[in-house]
Design a protein around this ligand. Structure first.
Ligand code: ADP
Length: 453
């Protein structure tokens, strides 16, 4: 019950003019700042009904949720903003809190660092302290490295490659659609290794990385993993939390250790997810520390000598390619930009077929499901299949026998689902790219952002 007279008067005014957005927003913010969390939540919801995409209102609602420990609700509220790529840094910090509440330390650290790299004023020391992954405790009986006694312990404690080496069990046949993308990767990554004599004949050297970009969930990670499988190479999947560290200098050392890990396991596909936070434009960064990470990343891509990265194929993915420093696009670095588009109907049917292939199936009409899932990306389709399978499992338990999945199960799940991010992503891309394509870097993307979504 609100007993603050000022707030009561504001509440009364809002009741009399329910469509007055500035008033409702002000009331909601006041309620939040004075700790009336449930009332603030209700007011933000009402304001959101008047202005459904207003990032400040969404952030206010999410904060009300977080402070009531409703982390899942906060993340659902924030999801459209996060998917759009260009959210206010404050939203990233809120997402970090919610993710931490849900126990996802990795993602939380990523969101937090990404936000603070864009706007250091949103930093929060308490939250940051809770996001540091414990450093390994040095073994006192181990021989101490020679050299600078002051530097040695810090390097020994914080230098680490937390990313792991995987073996991918699948190849391009397991990636539906994306024929042009696969072809581009094949030429860039696979042919120089599979047929070196052909490349040598044309005087071309293997090397240089590929930056995959596109809406979230469209299959960038899946594609990178498949490229490793196709090549018979090791796969190192690097998330931001594997690199970023609170201690000055440690992130650079982690980056070096990660490249070294890949070099020790050649042939290897080294994949950087959400790379925009490690490779953002230096002019946008207010902290020298972040600029050093970018410089270190460039140095690792160049290698100490010509052969340093031989057999290491660097792939990176981003939902926000426009944030990446142009220095990364020079020859030998991420010199190829590849757009990973949302799947068309044919590709959606193919993705569904792949996702369902190891399930008990009745006669399936995947094309019918593809038709009603316009704007769904691979991740959305995976969610849809997971939900349908779960419902089927319950049905099978009730029936006491396995009931196969049928077309209508997928259609029912599709009806309940919403595509996540394509429309927002295209709108954001349009804002960034439409009038900034002098170099032709975004040619591939142009036809996509010019159409109506
Ligand atoms: P991104 O890295 O672009 O955010 P992911 O690669 O994580 O997207 O895709 C999410 C999931 O969607 C994958 O794990 C995979 O199961 C499925 N998926 C996406 N695209 C495809 C595709 N073209 N073929 C098969 N499965 C796909």
């Amino acid at each position: 019950m609100v007993d603050d007279p000022g707030l009561k008067a504001l509440g009364e005014a809002a009741r009399l003019s329910p469509d007055n957005l500035p008033l409702r927003r002000h009331l909601a913010e006041q309620l939040l700042s004075k700790g009336y969390l449930a009332d603030a939540e209700a007011e933000f919801r009402a304001a959101l009904a008047l202005a459904p995409h207003d990032p400040d209102i969404v952030a206010g609602l999410a904060e009300a949720f977080v402070r009531q420990s409703s982390y899942g609700a906060a993340l659902s509220a924030l999801e459209p903003l996060l998917a759009g790529g260009a959210h206010p840094p404050r939203v990233g910090v809120l997402a970090a809190r919610a993710l931490l509440g849900e126990g996802d330390l990795h993602q939380a650290a990523y969101r937090y660092h990404e936000a603070v790299s864009r706007d250091p004023s949103v930093a929060d020391a308490d939250l940051a302290a809770r996001l540091v992954t414990p450093a390994p405790v040095p073994d006192p009986s181990a021989p101490q490295p020679a050299g600078n006694a002051y530097l040695a312990p810090s390097a020994a404690t914080h230098e680490r490659a937390t990313a792991e080496v995987e073996r991918s069990g699948f190849g391009f046949a397991d990636v539906a659609g994306m024929d042009e993308v696969k072809e581009a990767l094949r030429v860039k990554l696979l042919l120089p290794i599979q047929q070196p004599e052909l490349f040598a004949a044309f005087g071309k050297r293997a090397g240089g990385g590929v930056l995959l970009y596109g809406p979230p969930g469209a299959g960038k990670t899946h594609l990178a993993r498949a490229a490793a499988g196709e090549l018979g190479a090791a796969f190192v999947n690097v998330g931001l939390a594997d690199i970023l560290d609170m201690y000055v200098g440690s992130s650079e050392r982690n980056l070096r250790a990660t490249f070294d890990l890949a070099r020790r396991h050649r042939p290897c596909v080294l994949f950087f997810d959400e790379v925009d936070a490690l490779a953002a434009r230096r002019s946008d960064m207010r902290q020298a520390h972040n600029r050093q990470i970018v410089n270190q990343f460039l140095a690792e891509l160049d290698g100490v000598d010509q052969n340093a990265n031989e057999g290491v194929l660097v792939l990176a993915a981003t939902n926000a390619p426009w944030y990446i420093d142009v220095a990364f696009r020079r020859p030998g670095r991420f010199d190829q930009l590849v757009f990973v588009p949302p799947p068309d109907a044919r590709a959606r049917a193919a993705i569904l077929r792949i996702l369902c292939r190891d399930k008990p199936l009745a006669e399936m009409d995947f094309d019918a499901v593809a038709k009603v899932t316009d704007q769904f990306v691979g991740a959305d389709l995976k969610g849809l299949v997971d939900r349908a399978v779960e419902a089927k499992l319950h049905e099978s338990i009730r029936a006491g026998r396995p009931v196969p999945l049928a077309t209508r199960d997928l259609l029912t799940a599709a009806k309940a689902a919403r595509p996540t991010a394509v429309r927002e992503w295209m709108a954001t891309a349009r804002n960034y790219v439409m009038h900034a394509n002098e170099s032709g870097a975004w040619d591939e993307l142009m036809p996509w952002i010019q159409r109506t979504w």
